[in-house]
Structure formats: structure tokens, C-alpha cells
Design a binder for this molecule. Structure first.
Ligand SMILES: [Zn+2]
Length: 350
């Protein structure tokens, strides 16, 4: 019963509407992952749940400010051919030997980056470094969330190659915003896994296997909706935005038969499993002793994050809210031997 009360208060009392379109899912994933943790970890993470939740979106903000950040969020499996999932070496060194590091970075490195994050979180636990534990846990939750999204496993990440422009934000933002309160939030306890490599690839594999229906169903459904029924306008703050209509969203969600919920649940569970496994491998440090994080430290941590998130310096792939992005003509994605031109420019800046 106590568990249920905590669960409902976490879901309903503390979920203010987020200002940023597209951040909702990530915040919920990090927040819910805390519920999977065993008591030895739960108190600590619950104490810092505000930080863990709010900072779930930092990696997306950093995409425009930090060189090398963008590629950590996805992997364009289809550039490696039809059977990429089976052909691509799982180990970073083997993949570099086969395709070169430049190529891997150009097409995204999320499954390998997760392994690096795991290594970092184990170390943070070993050092009993609260700043690092919190920062890396929050970031890790973000990348795991991304790795579980079908459109993060393809170069057609926004439907732009098949006439479904805007599907990215539709699937990962609009649908969860409309329907996530109806999702089932009962989870297994976090479990230990042996191989972060296998786990990271499991996320990417399951996400990629769901990709076909993501794209095909929207195409099929679009034939049944007139343009003015497919989209509608909503006011957010003082902005009017074009969005997929509620009717279209509901029909698409029904057709996907719980797919968004399944991917989100898989992500939540996996975030819990990663945090837990790192803690085990660090020798199960007593986190209750670390609860007295001084407020000074927390403030420094938050200020550092804010500094990182200053002015965008880097062009990156279009992401959230792409239906409403006014893209100057010379920045519109065009194709050059299968590569996005604006991504080549991005590379030049590095
Ligand atoms: Zn991301």
C-alpha cells in the first residue's frame, strides 16, 4: 500500500506540465526508474528525484553546445545495410577496426556510449562522489531512453526520406504527452546484468525491430485522414503550434497497439537495471551515508549544467518540435550520396 501511495504521488502530484515540448518522456523515464530500485538505493534516489527528473533532458540541450554530443543519442543502423543488426560488431574496438571511428561517429554511437556511461557510473559509486553519481545517472537515463526509441535507430529519423516529416516528435513527444497517464507503471525490481554491451544492444535491437510499424502505420493512416483532420493547432503559452490532431494521434496509438508504452516501459526498466548494476559492481556503497549532500555542492552542480546549456553553437539533426521548426532553405536536409548535408557541415565544425 505504501508503495502504491508513493507511486501515485510520484506520478500525479509532481508532474507539472513541462514547458519544453519533447522533454516529457525523458523526465518520466528517469523519474519512474527510481521506483525500480531496491531500498538500499531508493532513499538516495528519491531524495534527489527532482535533480534526476529535471536533468533528464540535459543531453538534448547539450547537443547544440558540446562537440561530440549529438552522436551519442542514436545509431543509424540502416546505413550499414539490411542486416546491420547482425553484422555490426558489438565491441567498439571491433567496430572501429571494421568501419573506422569517423564513420561510427558520423552515424551515431549510442550503444557504445552506454557502455562508457556504465563504466563512469561504477567509478562514481566507488568514489562515493554524489555530484558524479547524480549527473551520470541522469545522463545515462537519457541515453537509455533514446536507445529504446525506434526512430533513433535510422537515418530516416524524422520520416524525411519517406514523406512523413515530423514523425519523430509525434512518436516520442506528442503520443506520450497525450497518453502516458494511461500507461501501466508497475515494474519489476531492478536486476543485475552481466554484460552492458549485450544490454545496450538489446535496447537498440528491440527499438529497430519496431521501426517498420512506426513508419508504415503513419503512412497507412495518413491516407485515411484529410490534411485538416490529421493536424490541428494548439496553444502553448503564447504560441500557437501545429500538432498532430488528437483524433489522428489516438488512431495511430491504437494501431501501434501499445508500442510507445512498451518502449517507454522497457527504457524505465533498463535505466533501473543500469543504475542497480553499477551500484553492485562498485561494491554496494552505503548511499544513505551520502544523503547529506551539501546544498552548496548541489548548487554548483546545477550552475555548471546551466553554463553548458548556453547559446547553441552546433548545428545538429532536427529533433523535437520539428513540425514547427522554421528551417531556412539552405539548412534543409538534402541528400548527397545518402548523407545529410547539414550533418556534413556539422562535422566540419568539429
Ligand atoms: Zn536525446
Amino acid at each position: 500500500m505504501k508503495f502504491l501511495i508513493i507511486l501515485f504521488s510520484l506520478i500525479f502530484l509532481n508532474t507539472k506540465p513541462t514547458h519544453a515540448w519533447g522533454f516529457f518522456g525523458h523526465q518520466r523515464i528517469n523519474r519512474m526508474a527510481v521506483l525500480t530500485l531496491p531500498p538500499e538505493m531508493f532513499t538516495f534516489y528519491k531524495h534527489h528525484i527532482r535533480y534526476i527528473t529535471e536533468n533528464a533532458v540535459n543531453p538534448d540541450k547539450r547537443r547544440y553546445a558540446v562537440v561530440g554530443e549529438a552522436e551519442r543519442h542514436y545509431i543509424d543502423l540502416d546505413v550499414y545495410g539490411d542486416s546491420a543488426l547482425y553484422k555490426l560488431p558489438r565491441r567498439w574496438e571491433d567496430a572501429v577496426a571494421k568501419y573506422t571511428e569517423d564513420t561510427l561517429r558520423a552515424y551515431g554511437i549510442v550503444p557504445w556510449h552506454l557502455q562508457l556511461m556504465k563504466f563512469q557510473l561504477v567509478n562514481a559509486f566507488k568514489e562515493r562522489n554524489v555530484d558524479k553519481i547524480l549527473r551520470i545517472s541522469a545522463d545515462m537515463g537519457h541515453y537509455i531512453g533514446d536507445a529504446n526509441v525506434p526512430l533513433h535507430t535510422t537515418q530516416n529519423y524524422n520520416g524525411q526520406m519517406t514523406g512523413l516529416y515530423g514523425i519523430h516528435g509525434f512518436w516520442e513527444s506528442r503520443l506520450p504527452e497525450l497518453f502516458a497517464d494511461d500507461y501501466n507503471y508497475f515494474f519489476e525490481k531492478a536486476t543485475y546484468f552481466k554484460s552492458s554491451m549485450a544490454k545496450a544492444w538489446e535496447a537498440v535491437t528491440n527499438a529497430h525491430l519496431a521501426l517498420d510499424s512506426v513508419l508504415r502505420f503513419e503512412k497507412e493512416l495518413t491516407k485515411q485522414f484529410a490534411e485538416d483532420k490529421k493536424y490541428s493547432f494548439e496553444t502553448r503559452g503564447n504560441m500557437t503550434m501545429k500538432v498532430h490532431s488528437k483524433e489522428f494521434s489516438a488512431a495511430y496509438s491504437k494501431m501501434l497497439n501499445g508500442q510507445v508504452e512498451r518502449r517507454m516501459r522497457a527504457a524505465i526498466q533498463m535505466v533501473g537495471d543500469f543504475w542497480y548494476t553499477c551500484w553492485i559492481e562498485a561494491g554496494q556503497p552505503n548511499l544513505d551515508n551520502l544523503l547529506e549532500m551539501n546544498q552548496e555542492q548541489l548548487k554548483i552542480l546545477e550552475e555548471e549544467e546551466q553554463e553548458l546549456l548556453q547559446e547553441p553553437k552546433i548545428k545538429s539533426r532536427l529533433h523535437e518540435n520539428s513540425l514547427n521548426t522554421n528551417i531556412p532553405d539552405d539548412e534543409k536536409p538534402t541528400y548527397n550520396f545518402g548523407r545529410l548535408v547539414f550533418r556534413r557541415e556539422e562535422k566540419k565544425e568539429k
